[in-house]
Ligand binder design. Sequence first.
Ligand code: SF4
Length: 361
Amino acid sequence: MSAVTEATVESATPVLEGVDLVKEFAGRTSLFGRASSKVRAVDGVTLRLHAGRTLGLVGESGSGKSTVGRLLLRLLDVTGGEVHLGADDVTRARGRDLNQARRAMQMVFQDPYSSLNPTMRIGDIIGEPVTFHRGLKGAELDAEVDRLLISVGLSPEHARRFPDEMSGGQRQRVAIARALAPDPKILVCDEAVSALDISIQSQILNLLLKLQREFGVAILFVSHDLSVVRHVSHEIAVMYLGQIVEFGPADRVADSPAHPYTAALLSAVPEAKPSHRRARQKVVLRGDPPSPSRRPAGCPFASRCPAAFEPCHETRPEHTPVNGGGTAACHLQTQGPKLGGRSLPIELLRARPDEAPSAAD
Ligand code: SF4
């Protein structure tokens, strides 16, 4: 997929925008009834989705990426920040306004086994949101269900089946048809292929790309797997400890990461070809992420970063532009070896000999 410049994307009006999103959850309560400090799962995230384009949101489990998807869809209330659906501020929409907003924003979940009601026929699973959001009934409804089934590569005969009569890939196609039923502008796919076999994954990813071309939907593709995200995304945002640490055109981020955390995610992707395996060096991460309730003063990645140097532990890095498009929040771009917008030389990311065994090995 060809890379685009951020300027191209920035010039178009977003269909959905999260501005400076913050989400805090209550901390655990101790045996003595004392609540611990709040956990900040999302910390100042700004994202924009554009019609006909896919933004990949990637990070480890616990990075806050799924919470961002739920904030954008208004499935969770924000602690801070705003959600704009086109020109409308829907941050605090309720009742009818919220229903209208939700028609425009649909979600495809990870597990096609638990996300479909096992007691309903496929035709009813897809038809219910068509009737609820668009008011179609009778022959019109049947025709629309058939059209949706065909658009996701199933046949009208599948309408009579129950979910447990279908394979995992077929169920995920049903889940996508159901998400498209209200005629949405935005799809959030949360680990939508993670539960599927590799061979089925590529079929579903190609289906999403085809549907995006046909329907022009904006897609937020949330995943822990950078290789999968790269396959479907125009731009990629990388999350660590509730913050975006790198953003840019998909090819630039995946080929020339500017943030050590992105480089670590990339090096964890299994490489099929032995020659490429030798060329790709493993970036070693130490330890676990810090607790979101006790954020470090400096770079949130400093305790695990193989390239950390003095300023990293004291000063939080700001996002700065990277050659090839996008930004990265890393002091290496402005201080130390003076990368000045260039991507990371691998020497900076090799483990030091005295370091503890890797958490990413
Ligand atoms: Fe590593 Fe420092 Fe960059 Fe953070 S700011 S990613 S610790 S080099």
